[in-house]
Design a protein around this ligand. Structure first.
Ligand SMILES: [Zn+2]
Length: 219
């Protein structure tokens, strides 16, 4: 399956992406990991991204799109993938459509994780991420690691990202509303959007997502 995962910051996207990708046996492709990989490997796109970031500027869509295209061309992504953080605006969604069309394939679903805004704020403040792998995500209340501050998966150190602090949450929600939410309408017009509630335990949300994806695949 080729899936795009969307949802506001704090919807548990990273956690769900990791579980869903595992359940569906497809790679989890997150924008954050794409940037880190390209920068650490010193690819041309990574160097370009670095230059914009060092200058305090936003990385242009064409750079992000290039990284996503390279990643989706790798053998493990030929039969499916789960995109997390890309596309993040309508321009990127249009570019993705062109890429897929060139390959003669289509998206199967756009999974939209829904969560009320006050819940978003609570969730973000408690989020803890593994220093070794950003797909290893825990929560101080909702998804505690067995040992505080330690990743259950790999033993890495858990930390709170700077942009998970409460004061930046409102700004991030605003950016999500203005830039990313329009892609839900864009994909709704293609009949691809599957909306589920992201409330409840992580395992419950995963089960809900799997059931909704199965239903959309059959329907
Ligand atoms: Zn870890």
């Amino acid at each position: 399956m080729r899936i795009v995962l969307v949802g506001p910051p704090g919807a548990g996207k990273g956690t769900q992406a990791a579980y869903l990708a595992e359940n569906l046996s497809i790679p989890h492709i997150s924008t954050g990991d794409l940037f880190r990989a390209n920068i650490s490997q010193g690819t041309d796109l990574g160097k370009q991204a670095r230059a914009y970031m060092d200058a305090g500027q936003l990385v242009p869509d064409e750079v992000t799109i290039g990284m996503a295209k390279d990643r989706m061309a790798q053998p493990d992504a030929v039969n499916g993938f789960l995109l997390d953080g890309f596309p993040r605006n309508v321009g990127q969604a249009e570019a993705l459509d062109v890429m897929l069309k060139d390959e003669g394939v289509k998206l199967d679903a756009v999974l939209d994780l829904e969560v009320p805004e006050d819940e978003v704020v609570k969730r973000i403040a408690g989020r803890r991420i593994c220093r070794n792998d950003s797909a290893h995500v825990f929560h101080a209340t909702y998804n505690k690691p067995k040992t505080e501050g330690v990743c259950d998966t790999c033993g890495g150190e858990l930390y709170q990202r700077d942009d998970d602090s409460e004061e930046t949450v409102r700004t991030r929600l605003e950016v999500y509303h203005t830039q990313t939410e329009p892609i839900i309408d864009y994909y709704r017009a293609q009949g691809l959007v599957v909306t589920i509630s992201a409330l409840g335990k992580v395992t419950e949300v995963t089960a809900r997502a799997m059931a909704a994806l199965k239903q959309s695949d059959e329907g």
